[in-house]
Ligand binder design. Structure first.
Ligand SMILES: *Cc1c(COP(=O)(O)O)cnc(C)c1O
Length: 346
């Protein structure tokens, strides 16, 4: 019986085309800049996002860490949303390893930080205060339900950053979901930012890796930091080859994941005991709660689903997160809904 794994788009395995490209990849020593496959991936990524250069890194977490360390020195301050992945899920790396002070402002429901809050948080030149250096945003915003930030919002934050001589980093782990959902190019979304991290190993299905993009000077600094972090790899074109297939073939089809998430939402909403977040899903993520009258916790439902080969994520006592991806097919949605309905009626 097939496993229907809706926990995350990180569970995606490489496609057969990726495995073939990996087997055939031409490789070299990437620490010497001599891996042609890595170089090709980095160039493709830079072109796709409209930046001068790219750098392949083992994970999105290292991409954000190396980017923020490349922009900020010890004691500098980065402004982040309080629900940012970098704040919640990256093990405090920027402070533990970079001595960087984070200023956390409320993320609004739409994934943005209000311009008023940003403006008010930018510090004056004052010996008592850490210098504000960088603003970090996230698109799509994971903890805000996978909502996409608009190009207009990015440009408004850029204008504010320019007034105060600040740098802008985008955690664009799912920037291609944001682009496809809004019918704009990833380049347009990336344009206001000095640097962008995106993941190859989520909806794009590659097994490993992320790419950071920015100007040459930034990428050179980030490359040294990647080395310090132990992320300089050798014949890593084997892995980058899957990333090339991802960028060539897996971006436009993200629309299918978004459509399946919508279908899943529509059908789950009809099941008594399930209360969907208003507006969900924006992209490939679906968040919902158990209604107050449902007598059991989310954990109970999750265990029952697991017995039937359906895996879903929990997000607190009475809350779930489901994510659609390449390996969730049309029939899997109907099957998952059928099993959910059965369990909720028990
Ligand atoms: C997954 C994710 C990351 C980190 O990616 P890893 O490759 O898992 O380290 C960063 N930011 C966001 C928003 C993510 O969803």
């Amino acid at each position: 019986m097939k496993l229907i794994d809706l926990r995350s788009d990180t569970v995606t395995h490489p496609t057969p085309a990726m495995r073939e490209a990996m087997a055939k990849a031409v490789v070299g020593d990437d620490v010497y800049d001599e891996d042609p496959t890595v170089n090709q991936l980095q160039e493709m990524a830079a072109n796709l996002l409209g930046k001068e250069a790219g750098l392949f890194v083992p994970s999105g977490t290292m991409g954000n860490l190396a980017s923020i360390l490349a922009h900020c020195g010890r004691g500098d301050e980065v402004i982040l949303g309080n629900k940012a992945h970098t704040v919640i899920y990256e093990a405090g790396g920027i402070s533990a390893l970079g001595g960087i002070h984070s200023r956390q402002l409320p993320n609004q429901k739409d994934g943005t930080i209000s311009l008023e809050d940003l403006q008010a948080a930018i510090r004056p030149e004052d010996v008592h205060q850490p210098p504000t250096r960088l603003i970090g945003l996230e698109n799509t915003h994971n903890r805000c339900g996978g909502v996409a930030l608009s190009p207009e919002y990015g440009r408004a934050v850029r204008a504010l950053a320019d007034q105060h001589n600040l740098l802008l980093h985008l955690d664009g782990a799912r920037i291609f979901n944001a682009a496809v959902a809004q019918g704009v190019s990833a380049k347009v979304l990336a344009e206001p930012f000095d640097s962008v991290t995106f993941c190859l190993s989520k909806g794009l299905c590659a097994p490993i890796g992320a790419v950071i993009v920015g100007n040459h000077a930034f990428i050179n600094r980030a490359k040294r930091i990647r080395k310090q972090l132990g992320g300089g790899m050798r014949q890593v074109g084997i892995v980058a080859a899957a990333g090339i297939v991802a960028l060539e073939t897996m971006i436009d089809r993200l629309a299918e994941d978004h459509a399946r998430a919508k279908q899943l939402a529509k059908e789950l909403a009809r099941i008594p005991g399930i209360v969907l977040d208003p507006g969900t899903p924006y992209t490939n993520m679906l968040f919902f709660n158990l209604s107050p009258d449902f007598p059991r916790p989310a954990r109970w439902v999750i265990e029952k689903l697991k017995d039937k080969n359906v895996l879903v994520g929990d997000d607190g006592e009475r809350r779930f997160r489901l994510v659609t991806h390449y390996w969730i097919e049309e029939g899997d949605i109907a099957e998952a809904v059928r099993i959910f309905k059965e369990i909720m009626a028990q």
